[in-house]
Design a protein around this ligand. Structure first.
Ligand code: NZQ
Ligand code: ZN
Length: 379
């Protein structure tokens, strides 16, 4: 096992009574709250009303309209609002995009320059405004990690901002808040969680069976519960298991002490930077093609994955190839489109994508030829 430091300060309040505790947890930080949200789904499904009822005794300023693949061009407006209003807490209600955008807002509101400087130069802010979340989509793990993935739409750049201590101080996880998710977002979320696990699992074996078994437990949970949630969106247990899987897959637990890859994420972020496709949709397409490219260099883990997750009895390269096909079939069975052409994406921007990622992503950094082969195969 590799050396590691593990630290996670986020309090998780989970379950059917979690929403009733927003006021009590928020009051620990003060009276003034900036409430952030996305395109308005929370006003249709009743979550907004529940949150507002909890915030009745607070001084609240609202900022809606944080779009999927959150854009710095929008976030800057909320940074200005926070600089003027000086909240004690930012409460982000939504999926990864609202939460990530709010993380950057919380840091940039304590910075004199432009918010994008923080991202492009990875500038650390020591005292971001405390941020809390009400999660409405199981996918990113942003509810219990410090990362924010931000898009500069003017320049078609999407980057992770990782350096400030932007862990949410608390996150409200009521699985009922995901009942209203459309089918495609449930599927993309399941793919995203699956991919987070693979990025921290399908690597060189460093004799870390605890991390491996955690990872395998999450993968099996997704394979069982993703289809149930798609068939019956109001199945509490399926939604609860997807939600906890989302959190555990990317809160640093399963990645502690093991090598990590993140090449599929690096390539996907290029796709959504240019084409604004949902993150999980891009991952579903890239992952099997990435597997084709790298399985010979990670063979032992691919075989372990094939045998333990998919029950494949074959060994060696045959097992790895079958495991890749099982992964493809699982994503497809969730109703996700499996080719870039299904999104009207062609090779126009591939050369820029390759330039931006070559030598920077992958457990063993992928070179230009490898990334181009993966992208071509995605078409
Ligand atoms: O905008 P609203 O109206 O809220 O609608 C959203 C949005 O249209 C909708 N939605 C969310 N909860 C809903 C709901 N609709 C009905 N009922 C609900 N309960 O779903 C759509 C997608 O929302 P979004 O927040 O974009 O999805 P997700 O949670 O998948 O977040 C994706 C973003 O997170 C980044 C991605 O790159 C992408 O920008 N990631 C963040 C990570 C992190 N912070 O650690 C890691 C991930 O790998 C990922 O890169
Ligand atoms: Zn992801």
């Amino acid at each position: 096992m590799l050396d590691f430091t593990f630290h996670n300060p986020t309090t998780i309040v989970f379950g059917k009574t979690a929403m009733d505790q927003i006021a009590a947890y928020s009051s620990r930080y003060g009276k003034k709250i900036v409430l952030t949200y996305g395109g308005g789904s929370i006003k249709k499904n009743g979550i907004y009303d529940k949150v507002k009822a909890q915030l009745a005794r607070f001084e609240v300023c609202e900022f809606g309209g944080i779009a999927p693949n959150p854009r710095v061009e929008t976030l800057r407006k909320c940074v200005e609002l926070c600089k003027e209003f000086q909240p004690d807490l930012i409460l982000a209600v939504g999926g990864g995009s609202t939460i990530d955008g709010s993380k950057l807002i919380s840091a940039a509101a304590r910075y004199d320059g432009d918010a994008w400087d923080l991202v492009i130069n990875q500038i650390r802010i020591e005292n971001p405004i405390p941020l809390a979340t009400v999660l409405t989509l199981s996918a990113t793990g942003s509810e219990m990690n410090p990362g924010a993935v931000i898009t500069n739409w003017t320049e078609n750049i999407k980057l992770a901002y990782l350096v400030s201590d932007c862990y949410p101080v608390f996150s409200i996880l009521d699985p009922q808040n995901t009942f209203s998710l459309p089918q495609d977002q449930t599927a993309y979320g399941t793919v995203d969680i699956f991919s987070h696990v693979l990025e921290q699992y399908l690597n060189q074996d460093v004799h870390a069976p605890i991390q491996d078994r955690f990872a395998e437990g999450i993968l099996l949970t997704l394979i069982e519960n993703g289809p149930i949630a798609l068939k019956n969106p109001n199945d509490y247990d399926a939604r609860a298991n997807l939600m906890w899987a989302s959190t555990l897959a990317l809160n640093k637990l399963i990645g502690a002490g093991v090598p990590q890859d993140w090449a599929t994420h690096g390539i996907e972020h290029q796709l959504s930077a240019f084409y604004d496709i949902p993150h999980g949709a891009g991952l579903a397409i890239v992952t099997p093609r990435w597997m084709d490219e790298v399985y010979p260099t990670k063979l032992a883990k691919f075989v372990q994955y094939g045998q333990r997750i998919w029950g494949i009895e074959a060994a060696g390269e045959q097992c790895a190839r079958l495991a890749r096909q099982k992964t493809f079939d699982f994503f497809q069975s969730l109703g996700v489109r499996m080719h870039l052409k299904d999104w009207n994406i062609d090779s126009t921007h591939f050369s820029v994508m390759v330039e931006r990622t070559a030598g920077k992503i992958g457990e063993t950094p992928l070179n230009k030829d490898q990334i181009l082969r993966i992208l071509d195969a995605c078409l």
